[in-house]
Design a protein around this ligand. Structure first.
Ligand code: ASP
Length: 324
């Protein structure tokens, strides 16, 4: 018993020293499982800048993109649990378990949850040469072009993929999915006319809509948005797709087994970043809403992700889409 107490005291002291030292001037890597320049990447870079101030160390963003975020997510699940490798991912954490038959990680068991960061609405946009100028005209165009429509996405499990699935099932129309490693290359191809439609976060679509470089049809939230460039866009729900609602949330994760004092330090740094005026301003400009409730706490973050897995699983299974 004495021995055990001594060991416990030693372990607690060691953890305390570790937390005090962490990050000890060492670089922290924040893995983004999508390509550079997209919505997840933008949130990560803004967050990294704010975190650097609190943690007093360099945070580098590592874009390990592909397979709807599962490659980058797996990389973090396998990383050393020391706080120096973190993941920023979105709603894909809750859709991947239903979309992939074989995932090399378990979303609920293989990660430490560090808190949610923001929620971002999505927009349905079209290539510049698409003849439809509003949602009503879009539905007419879709009906006339069945079987010929290409719908971009950032891979199976991406937010754009989920939105596209819901859109097709609500309309009862099948479109050809065109996967990319992230939104940045998908938007580039939409601008070039290689794909017809894309549903993606306001983070990257707002500036294109504002500059009238793409056609904009609707927002995916239950209420219209107030951003000047988007305020006239109808919601899909008010356009006849009853109850259509998707909003993309982001959260931060560490490999399972990261020491508790390090997790505490990281969670506190994330919460401080969310009060950083520069971070808040940049997020608002991208149409993102900072999480201001208890989901910034690891336990509530985890609870929320589990509820999202339960929510999206049956919807995805009903759509019959999966990858081996
Ligand atoms: N917005 C993308 C998605 O559809 C991913 C990205 O951030 O590039 O999931």
């Amino acid at each position: 018993m004495k021995k055990l107490l001594a060991f416990t005291a030693f372990a607690a002291a060691a953890a305390g020293v570790y937390a005090q030292e962490f990050p000890a001037g060492k670089t922290v890597t924040l893995v983004v499982p999508f390509s550079a320049g997209g919505p997840t990447d933008r949130v990560a870079r803004d967050l990294a800048e704010a975190l650097q101030k609190t943690l007093g160390t360099t945070i580098v963003v590592d874009n390990t993109a592909g397979a709807g975020s599962s490659i980058g997510t797996a990389k973090v699940a396998r990383a050393a649990p020391d706080g120096y490798t973190l993941l920023l991912n979105h709603i894909g954490m809750s859709t991947m378990p239903a979309l992939y038959r074989k995932l090399p990680f378990n979303v609920e068991n293989d990660f430490e949850y560090l808190g949610m960061v923001n929620e971002v609405p999505m927009t349905l946009i079209g290539k510049p040469t698409l003849p439809a100028n509003n949602y009503k005209e879009l539905t007419t165009w879709i009906a006339a072009n069945k079987g010929k429509i290409n719908l971009g996405n950032a891979g199976l499990g991406a937010a754009s993929h989920l939105c596209g699935l819901l859109f097709q099932s609500a309309l009862k129309v099948e479109m050809t999915p065109v996967p990319y490693k992230g939104t940045a290359p998908a938007i580039a191809d939409l601008l070039g006319g290689q794909i017809d439609l894309l549903c993606d976060q306001t983070t990257n679509t707002t500036s294109q809509i504002e500059a009238k470089k793409v056609k904009a049809y609707a927002v995916t939230t239950s209420k219209r948005l107030t951003t000047p460039a988007l305020k006239d866009l109808p919601t899909l729900a008010e356009s006849g797709l009853k109850d259509f609602e998707v909003s993309i949330w982001h959260g931060v994760y560490a490999p399972k087994g990261t020491p508790a004092p390090v997790l505490k330090k990281l969670n506190e740094a994330i919460k401080a970043a969310m009060k950083d005026p520069g971070f808040v301003k940049r997020e608002e400009a991208l149409g993102a809403v900072i999480i201001a409730d208890k989901r910034t706490e690891p336990a509530e973050h985890k609870k929320f992700v589990s509820a999202e897995i339960a929510k999206w699983g049956p919807i995805i299974k009903a759509a019959g889409v999966y990858a081996d």
